[in-house]
Design a protein around this ligand. Sequence first.
Ligand code: 5GP
Ligand code: ZN
Length: 115
Amino acid sequence: MSDCIFCKIIAGEIPSKKLYEDELCYAFYDIAPQAPVHFLVIPKEHIPSTDDLTEKNAAVVSHLFLVIQKLAKETGLTNGYRIINNVGADGGQTVKHFHLHVLGGENLGEQMINK
Ligand code: 5GP
Ligand code: ZN
């Protein structure tokens, strides 16, 4: 997708603080961190959101979780972390390229949303 900022990040057209990359996914630190550690893991394929997952493209999501498990250790999230996936307008999704947020580095509490 030519006008997608995350596709541009994958292509190296927009700089990012890269954590990890393989043939299926790309991981990088969020530009506006909401916790001491906050990174994003995205499929290289342009999938707009969870609503666009299908039997054909959804296998990448389990791969993203395994990558998160590895990156959590590497970034020091040994005491736990939170994975967030915002979907659509009410979900607060601003970038229309599927992404998993990984947040940690402090106790995030038990409340899942903070309006
Ligand atoms: P959403 O609100 O769609 O779930 O999350 C999008 C996330 O992407 C936000 O946390 C935002 O800070 C991050 N973001 C937006 N543009 C850029 C960018 O150009 N570089 C990086 N590293 N993160 C970005
Ligand atoms: Zn994209």
